[in-house]
Design a protein around this ligand. Structure first.
Ligand code: AMP
Ligand code: MG
Length: 418
């Protein structure tokens, strides 16, 4: 199930911009077309295979939005109070009693169907009951007030959910409101994940003095799960071009995407790039982004491969810009562009032009009420604490060269990235 042809990428030069990489992915990666039907309660996070049309209007019948008294608008006086007797009582879930006779009101509760003839509801807080039990209505209530007409939310036959929608709780709610029990979704994208590096040890196993525990794989697998992927966990591959190439080739035939971290720089012990070149086609290996410059994209037997940098922060940031759009494209999901929010910088920063930078920052509310971004004090791409102790990333565009306190900058909260 090849998703890419070897010549589908037009290689845009030695250092690809983030936007070019994202457009390239959108234009080149084909969606898989294997679908499955899942129970509604398992559908959160999945990608919808086809449009869902409303089988009934929402709300399905005209009902009261409040607890109160249903009236006919023609009975409502414009300027004086009106005193009307109560005829009938309609609870939520009960069928409306007969039509509302002119000159009467009906006691009604939130969600109960309006009786025929009634078109307006007085809130119980807005009326008085006189000693004889009649209801004293204030003047001037707008006809139609406090009524939820059938179909005001969605009309029958209208498209309620679109093909490619990644389902969130609100989408699941709409499908349930339609009375659906199952949804047809795209099957999960299978991603084979491994880390590369002789210095890596598996958490829980013995670690030599020159080793650190593999953290990227657990971060990347967690990120992949959040975007709905199925995972083939291949553990740690060592820095050896032959076994790396062998491992890549075997797994590429069994998954929709291969994801590695580490070993993509130009050092003598960075073998991912060479391994891809030996068994497939390399389409990109450097991106104009910091942290993260070495990012490899390649194709092995039609299956895309993404090689992320080894430094954890670089891995995190490039996942968001390369892996996320690739997974969305593979699953035929509607594009979900990241939309940064404007915040006020509370830091000074210098950068090189020509590349996009992401600065880890926390948010705080300043005395004047504005939201300010405070840069994490250190910059290393290996500092996991810089991701743990901040709220998101300040995005500094390619042409920027410095940030001054007070300047408006663009902020992407971590919560919006997955
Ligand atoms: P590399 O890209 O292989 O040159 O690695 C860059 C840095 O990231 C090195 O300090 C590695 O030890 C570190 N690194 C690579 N892979 C991982 C990983 N899976 N978990 C944590 N750190 C890693
Ligand atoms: Mg390495």
């Amino acid at each position: 199930m090849a998703q890419l042809s070897d010549d589908c990428f037009a290689f845009g030069g030695p250092m690809m911009s983030v936007d070019d990489a994202v457009s390239l992915i959108a234009a080149s990666v084909n969606a898989i077309t294997d679908f499955e039907t899942v129970p509604l309660s398992d559908s959160d996070g999945r990608v919808l295979a086809g449009n869902v049309t409303a089988p009934l209007p929402l709300p399905p019948f005209t009902n009261s939005a409040v607890d109160g008294y249903a009236a006919r608008s023609r009975d409502i006086a414009k300027t004086a109070e009106q005193i009307l007797p109560v005829a009938g009582r309609i609870q939520a879930g009960a069928a409306a009693c007969g039509p509302l006779e002119p000159g009467h009101v009906a006691r009604i509760f939130t969600g109960a169907p309006l009786p025929p003839g009634a078109d307006t509801v007085f809130m119980q807080e807005d009326v008085r009951i006189d000693p004889s039990g009649k209801v004293v209505l204030p003047p001037g209530l707008k006809p139609g007030a406090n009524v939820r007409p059938a179909g005001e939310d969605i009309r029958q036959g209208e498209i309620g959910l679109r093909a490619g929608q990644r389902l969130h709780p609100q989408h699941v709610a709409l499908a349930a409101a339609f009375g659906l029990t199952h949804l047809k979704v795209v099957r999960r994208i299978r991603v084979a994940v491994f880390s590369t590096g002789n210095e890596l040890a598996l958490p829980g196993e013995a670690r030599t003095g020159a080793q650190l525990f593999d953290s990227n794989r657990f971060m990347l697998m967690a990120m992949l799960r959040r975007i709905g992927c199925g995972i083939i966990d291949l553990g740690i591959l060592r820095d050896d071009p032959i076994s790396l190439a062998g491992g890549l080739k075997t797994v590429a035939g069994e998954c929709d995407l291969v994801l590695t971290s580490g070993g993509v720089s130009t050092g003598e012990e960075d073998h991912v790039k060479t391994a891809v070149e030996s068994i497939g086609t390399l389409v990109m290996w450097r991106m104009a982004i910091k942290p993260g410059r070495p990012v490899a994209m390649g194709i092995i037997g039609g299956t895309p491969l993404i090689g992320l940098p080894g430094n954890p922060v670089a891995s995190f940031v490039t996942f968001v810009h390369v892996v996320r759009p690739t997974v969305l494209a593979l699953s035929g999901a509607l594009p979900e562009p990241l939309i940064p929010m404007p915040v006020r910088a509370a830091f000074t920063y210098k950068k090189k032009s020509g590349r996009r930078e992401y600065v880890r920052a926390s948010l705080r509310r300043a005395d004047d009420g504005a939201i300010e971004a405070i840069k994490f004090p250190r910059e290393g791409a290996g500092l996991l604490s810089s991701l743990v102790d901040t709220d998101g990333l300040v995005e500094l565009g390619e042409t920027m060269t410095r940030v001054e306190p007070g300047q408006r900058v663009r902020f992407l909260p971590y919560a919006s990235l997955l």
